[in-house]
Design a protein around this ligand. Structure first.
Ligand code: CMX
Length: 136
């Protein structure tokens, strides 16, 4: 059901500073930026190379009670999530639930650029927060 790696998410304290850092040091281009109020994040998608492969997602807290703010408080900046593209997030989530993994949401929520998303709890996925992304 997992089609490919969609993106890798990195928690950062300051989105604009991080976009600059990746542009100046690694030559990565910012191809999308948005604020997701429900998730409490400001985020940017960076293209790697010709832009056809997985992207790098920078995630900064938009409010202090958000998942990213909590992650930064506990762990500091760094890898926060690994996201896979799926064709149908409800089908993929149901299959994982049936295998005993905890999904964070009963129903998909809105992710980047109108995608539909859900997450596997990191404690059920070897310490990795796994995101399922059904693109818009
Ligand atoms: N990766 C790996 N482990 C993580 C983790 C992460 N991102 N976040 C928390 N954990 C670990 C903690 O270290 C902790 O481990 P210990 O018990 O060994 O100390 C444990 O998980 C805590 O689990 P919890 O108390 O159930 O949950 P938290 O309050 O820490 O929240 C999580 C964790 C995953 C439920 C929360 O971050 C969440 O709801 N994430 C989904 C939403 C999200 O990440 N949104 C931002 C991105 C938006 C987007 O991608 O569009």
């Amino acid at each position: 059901e997992l089609l490919r790696i969609d993106h890798v998410g990195i928690a950062v304290p300051d989105l604009d500073a991080a976009i600059r850092f990746y542009a100046e040091n690694f030559g990565l281009r910012c191809v999308h930026e948005e604020t997701n109020d429900e998730q409490g994040v400001r985020e940017a998608m960076l293209a790697v190379g010709d832009g056809t492969g997985p992207r790098l997602q920078l995630l900064a807290p938009a409010r202090p009670d958000s998942a990213i703010a909590k992650f930064l408080d506990r762990s500091g900046p760094g890898l926060q999530q690994l996201a896979y593209t799926v064709a149908d997030v409800e089908v993929a989530a149901e299959k994982l639930r049936a295998r005993g993994l905890r999904l964070l949401y009963d129903e998909p929520r809105r992710g980047t650029a109108g995608s539909r998303i859900n997450f596997v709890h990191p404690k059920d996925a070897g310490g990795v927060l796994v995101e399922l992304v059904e693109p818009a």
